[in-house]
Design a protein around this ligand. Structure first.
Ligand SMILES: [Zn+2]
Length: 246
C-alpha cells in the first residue's frame, strides 16, 4: 500500500491534501522530534482528522503535543478535537476561532446563516459539505497565543519558529518554519482571498512570497492546497513570471 504521508526531511512529513479540491482537505504538517509530534493544522473535520490519526499510527509517531493553527478558516482546524491537545495560534486567530466556537453549529444553523448573509454562502456550504454530523462536535479554541511570533522547542531539541505574516487571504495567517530542516509551512497565507471575498483581479500575494523567500535557509515550502511541496526554485520562478502578468 502507498504510504498516506509524504516525508520531506528527517523530522518533517506532510499528510497531503485531498486531490479533489471539493473535499477541502488541506495539507497537514507533521513534525516529529524526540518524543513529541506537532501538527501544523488540525484537519477540516473529524473525518479528516481520523485519516491523519491513521497516518500517525502508520508512522509510529510519538504522541501529538500541540496543533498549530495557521489561520482561522474552518478547513484548517475543524478536526482538531480528535487530537485532544492544546492548540497554538496568533491572537487574532484565537479571537476568530472563539467567535466560531460560540455558534450553535448544525446543518439548520448553516441554512439560516446563508439566508441571513447570502454573501457568505460559498464558505458556509463548504462547511456543510465536509461535515458528516454535528453530534459531539467541538471547536478547540487555542490556549497558547502569540502576537508577532513564537519559538517552540520540541522534546528532541528541534526548533519551530511560528511567525505572524497576515496578508490578503486572512489577516491572522502565520507561517511555521523548521529552520534546521529548511522547511516552511505557509498554509494559505499567499493565496487570494476566499471565494466569498474575492474581487476580480485578485492574484496570489507575490509581495508576501518574495518576503518569505528572503529567508535563504528555506528550501521546501508546503502551502495549504498544492499537491506537492514547492521548491525554493519553483517559487522564485513564480516571482520571475509575475512581470508577464502571471
Ligand atoms: Zn484559508
Amino acid at each position: 500500500m502507498e504510504p498516506s504521508f509524504l516525508q520531506l526531511t528527517d523530522s518533517v512529513w506532510v499528510f497531503p491534501c485531498h486531490p479533489d479540491p471539493q473535499k477541502l482537505q488541506p495539507n497537514v504538517g507533521i513534525i516529529i522530534s524526540g518524543s513529541d509530534t506537532v501538527l501544523v493544522d488540525g484537519g477540516n473535520s473529524p473525518r479528516h482528522a481520523r485519516r491523519i490519526l491513521d497516518a500517525l499510527d502508520e508512522l509510529n509517531a510519538p504522541p501529538v503535543r500541540y496543533v498549530i493553527y495557521t489561520h482561522s478558516h474552518f478547513d484548517h482546524f475543524f478536526g482538531a478535537q480528535l487530537f485532544s491537545v492544546p492548540a497554538i495560534a496568533h491572537e487574532l486567530c484565537r479571537q476568530r476561532v472563539q467567535e466560531m466556537a460560540a455558534k450553535p453549529w448544525s446543518f439548520s444553523y448553516i441554512e439560516d446563516e446563508i439566508k441571513d448573509s447570502p454573501e457568505r454562502a460559498i464558505g458556509l456550504r463548504n462547511i456543510a459539505r465536509v461535515m458528516d454530523e454535528w453530534r459531539g462536535f467541538r471547536i478547540i479554541v487555542p490556549s497558547v497565543t502569540f502576537t508577532a511570533g513564537l519559538q517552540l522547542y520540541l522534546n528532541g531539541g528541534l526548533l519551530l519558529e511560528i511567525e505572524h505574516v497576515g496578508g490578503q487571504h486572512s489577516p491572522d495567517s502565520s507561517v511555521v518554519r523548521v529552520p534546521e530542516q529548511g522547511v516552511m509551512f505557509v498554509a494559505d497565507a499567499y493565496y487570494p482571498p476566499t471565494a466569498d471575498y474575492r474581487q476580480p483581479g485578485d492574484t496570489m500575494d507575490y509581495d508576501l512570497i518574495a518576503r518569505l523567500m528572503q529567508d535563504e535557509t528555506i528550501q521546501q515550502v508546503v502551502d495549504g492546497h498544492s499537491a506537492t511541496p514547492l521548491s525554493r526554485d519553483t517559487l522564485l520562478a513564480l516571482l520571475d513570471k509575475r512581470g508577464d502578468g502571471g
